[in-house]
Design a protein around this ligand. Structure first.
Ligand SMILES: *[C@@H]1O[C@H](CO)[C@@H](O)[C@H](O)[C@H]1NC(C)=O
Length: 455
């Protein structure tokens, strides 16, 4: 810059101070004028060229280079299809270690993200017209943070949104039964996935009824068609993912006649295989998720009955994920066992018509003063519990051992994976449970949809 300015000043100085002889005066002045005029004119011409014509020359090659860049990125992804498999053995055979990240629990830690194959943001809101959106700006911030961390870990880590949940399922039935609203819902989902550059959607409807089954089947099909079209027009390398949360009770599942259609059009279902026992619902004590068994004469179901039903009826265990909820439950005012031979199943006597007790997280158990080291193993249900006859308190919780029994069960029956509800706040600071789950070898080498039950 400095040098140029010096140069111009010298040039102008020379012109104004030129010692032209009288004879050569006129041509000298004309030459000087031309020179002085030329500088701004050439500047203007150059500017004009830069603003219009350069665009023409630059745009074309830049389009080509964009395509080249995309192709390069793709070929990098293709050449390392299992970048997650280094840390997550289940990823080697396409099995899933998933987590729902609760939007209200703030940011998720990157150390946790790195132990997952799928990360779902729960929940996204939908209105009565089927339009989906974040609840508020802090949700959006948490989502962007989650996606950024996931993309940093690996392009293979699938980022999804989950629509619905306990408080937000009220519009599903009316939207899915109205073809116009259903189309708006599908359009809204598709645009959301595209705008936010994520991999798929999970429908977390609590709970559909028998009358909704046909509409779910139609919806699943239409959503798949739309997302296939979108993926093609966006030149996505991999198809969009569709999943559905699925109920646990056999009586409920029997009314869901849409299972085959869901399995055909969705990639997988996430079975809510927990909450079998809890003081919020019943006075009977028991594990939130007993793998087997239950109190004599009462059928609350168990994880095995749920998973067996689904594997037998779908014949597609590879598309079924078992839910793991890392919680404990406690009951107060608990009386003697329902059956003398089994300590696990008891009755809590309600106070003023209400069962006394609650739910705590794994982390919360330490804060709440529950001493997990005195827990007893219940072989029939494959669960841990603490019974304190003096205080009349009963505690059941998902321990490392009970979780490992569930992981073995998932592997032995060729299920497609597990999901956690939800690791962010439930594990301890060292990710004790997530580490065990994430490092578990789920691959068996068997044909993926081999059903191991006698159906
Ligand atoms: C524990 O249960 C299994 C069946 O799940 C049974 O085969 C085994 O004998 C039981 N062990 C004990 C110590 O009761």
């Amino acid at each position: 810059m400095t040098r140029n300015r010096d140069h111009n000043e010298t040039l102008l100085g020379n012109v104004s101070n030129s010692k032209c002889s009288k004879l050569n005066d006129r041509p000298c002045i004309v030459f000087s004028i031309i020179l002085i005029l030329c500088i701004p004119i050439s500047f203007i011409l150059a500017e004009a060229f830069m603003s219009c014509c350069i665009d023409y020359f630059v745009t074309k090659p830049s389009k080509t280079s964009k395509i080249v860049i995309e192709t390069t990125t793709r070929s990098i992804i293709t050449s390392s299809p299992s970048s997650l498999a280094k840390n997550i053995p289940a990823a080697k055979c396409g099995k899933r270690i998933m987590n729902y990240h609760k939007s209200w629990s703030g940011y998720i830690e990157e150390s946790k993200v790195a132990k997952l194959t799928h990360l779902m943001f729960a929940f996204i809101k939908m209105n009565q017209n089927g339009e989906v959106s974040f609840f508020d700006s802090s949700d959006r911030k948490n989502f962007v943070d989650m996606r950024t961390k996931a993309r940093k870990v690996s392009d293979d880590l699938k980022v999804m949104i989950s629509i619905g949940g306990a408080g937000q399922s009220k519009h599903f039935s009316s939207v899915l039964s109205d073809s116009r609203k259903r189309q708006s819902f599908i359009d809204s989902i598709s645009s959301f996935l595209e705008i936010h550059k994520i991999d798929g959607v999970d429908i977390f409807w609590i709970w559909p009824e028998e009358k909704d089954s046909d509409n779910i089947a139609i919806f699943a099909k239409e959503l798949r068609l739309e997302l296939t079209d979108r993926a093609e027009s966006e030149e996505r390398k991999k198809p969009y993912i569709i999943s559905f949360a699925y109920p646990r009770l056999v009586s409920h599942m029997e009314s869901m006649t849409c299972l085959d259609e869901i399995m055909k059009y969705a990639d997988f279902i996430n079975v809510i295989s927990y909450d079998y026992f809890g003081p919020e619902w019943w006075p009977e004590t028991g594990p939130s998720a007993p793998l087997y068994s239950g109190p004599k004469g009462k059928d609350f179901g168990n994880v095995d009955s749920t998973m067996r039903y689904l594997a037998c009826h779908s014949k597609r265990p590879s598309q079924i994920n078992m839910g793991l909820q890392i919680v404990g439950r406690f009951w107060e005012n608990v009386k003697g066992p329902i059956d003398e031979s089994d300590e696990m199943w008891r009755i809590s006597e309600p106070v003023n018509g209400k069962t006394q007790g609650g739910t705590f997280s794994w982390r919360g158990s330490e804060e709440g003063g529950f001493d997990k080291t005195v827990a007893v193993w219940h072989n029939e249900s494959k669960s841990s519990y603490i019974w304190n006859p003096k205080q009349g308190t009963f505690i059941s919780f998902e321990s490392e051992r009970s979780l490992m029994e569930k992981m073995k069960y998932v592997r032995a029956n060729n299920f497609g994976g597990v999901f956690l509800w939800a690791i962010g706040t439930d594990d301890d600071d060292d990710d004790t449970l997530l580490n065990e789950i994430s490092s578990f070898e789920l691959c068996t080498g068997e044909e993926k949809d081999t059903v191991k039950y006698e159906c």
